[in-house]
Design a protein around this ligand. Structure first.
Ligand code: ADP
Length: 169
């Protein structure tokens, strides 16, 4: 099934100058970028993203919620919509688990960071884990609508569709 998922390259990824490397991984896997923009949203936008949609406070607690909102407002982020076969689960797999210390080598978080929850809590900083990716189909739909207008999502052919979707050239 062809799905769309929201991916955000967070301020730490932008400020470390590695967004090209991260995007290359998604392109290499054959994911199609149907939307992309560099933006610096305000507190309300992130509040809706992480709590209104992501219900983060009940899952992770108030302190972690405030830390991630702080972290996200440290600078611009690259928001993208990626499309592909079961793209939501694929992108989550490529990104790796939330805590970089626990993220497997080969994943983006595992290859580019190693901070632990314990260290982040002790220093009262958010867990800089480079990438946000939608957790499931419901979240993906709401997150894409929250970050992108219809006009910002584009239609164009890719070679990957020829192989994965039986499209003719
Ligand atoms: P994910 O981004 O993997 O879907 P969550 O939605 O649970 O994870 O958390 C959102 C973000 O909040 C994480 O990506 C991370 O940057 C930050 N975060 C989560 N838990 C903590 C924590 N205990 N301390 C600091 N930051 C956290």
């Amino acid at each position: 099934m062809i799905e769309r998922t929201l991916v955000i390259l967070k301020p730490d990824a932008i400020q470390r100058g590695i967004i090209g490397e991260v995007i290359t991984r998604f392109e290499r896997a054959g994911l199609k970028i149907v939307g992309a923009k560099l933006v610096q949203p305000d507190y309300e936008h992130y509040h809706k993203h992480y709590e209104g949609i992501g219900q983060m406070i009940s899952r992770r607690g108030q302190k972690a919620f405030e830390m991630v909102l702080d972290l996200m407002q440290k600078g611009p982020v690259l928001a993208m919509v990626l499309e592909g076969v079961e793209a939501i689960a694929l992108v989550r797999k490529m990104v790796g688990t939330t805590e970089p210390k626990a993220a497997a080598p080969g994943t983006i978080r595992g290859d580019y960071a190693h901070i632990s929850f314990a260290h982040a809590d002790e220093k009262t900083v958010g867990v800089g884990n480079l990438v946000h990716a939608s957790g499931d189909a419901q979240d993906a739909e709401k997150e894409i609508a929250h970050w992108f207008s219809e006009q910002e999502l584009h239609e164009y052919p890719t070679v990957h569709e020829y192989f994965t979707q039986g499209k003719s050239k």
